[in-house]
Ligand binder design. Structure first.
Ligand code: HEC
Length: 131
C-alpha cells in the first residue's frame, strides 16, 4: 500500500514537471514570436530624432561625452524589466542630470513632431537600449 502511494506521488510529480516544462516552452515561444514585431526599431528615425534634439551634443553611441555613451546605458539597463520606462521618464521629465564636472541641470526633454509622440519616443529609447 505504502509503495503504491509513492508510485502515485511520483506520477503526480512527473505530470507537474511536464506541465511546468510545457508552460515554460509555450511562454518562451510566445516571447520569441512577439519580440521582433513588438521591438522593431526604426534606426534611421531614432537617429534623426536624436539629431534634431541635439542629443549627440552630449552623447555618442560608443564614447562618453558630457552624458554617458548609449552603449554604456544599454549595458547598464540590460535585463532590467523597467529599462524602457526608466529611460522614457529620463528624457521626458526634465529630471536632474549629473555632469562629469559635478554640476547638475535639468536633462533635456525630447521634442517630437507632433508633440509628445510616444511611438517616436519609444523608438528612440529602444534604439538606445539596442546599442
Ligand atoms: C546638455 C547635455 C545633454 C543633452 C543635450 C542630452 N543629454 Fe542625455 N544625459 C546627459 C547627462 C549629463 C547624463 C547623465 C545623467 C546622470 O547620470 O545623472 C545623461 C543621461 C542620459 C541617459 C541615461 C539615463 C540613465 O538613466 O542612465 C539617456 C538615455 C540620455 N541621457 C538620453 C538622451 C537623449 C535621448 C537626448 C536627446 C533628446 C539627450 N540625452 C540629450 C546630458 C545630456
Amino acid at each position: 500500500m505504502a509503495s503504491n502511494d509513492t508510485t502515485y506521488r511520483k506520477v503526480d510529480n512527473m505530470k507537474l514537471i511536464a506541465r511546468t516544462a510545457l508552460t515554460t516552452l509555450v511562454a518562451g515561444a510566445t516571447v520569441l514570436l512577439l519580440t521582433p514585431a513588438a521591438f522593431a526599431v526604426d534606426e534611421e528615425a531614432a537617429k534623426q530624432l536624436a539629431r534634431q534634439n541635439n542629443c549627440f551634443k552630449c552623447h555618442s553611441v560608443s564614447k562618453d561625452k558630457d552624458g554617458p555613451a548609449y552603449h554604456k546605458v544599454a549595458e547598464k539597463m540590460k535585463g532590467k524589466a523597467d529599462a524602457e520606462e526608466t529611460l522614457i521618464h529620463h528624457i521626458t521629465s526634465g529630471e536632474k542630470a549629473k555632469f562629469p564636472d559635478g554640476h547638475e541641470e535639468d536633462h533635456k526633454i525630447v521634442k517630437t513632431d507632433p508633440p509628445h509622440d510616444m511611438a517616436q519616443i519609444k523608438n528612440l529609447v529602444q534604439w538606445i537600449l539596442a546599442q
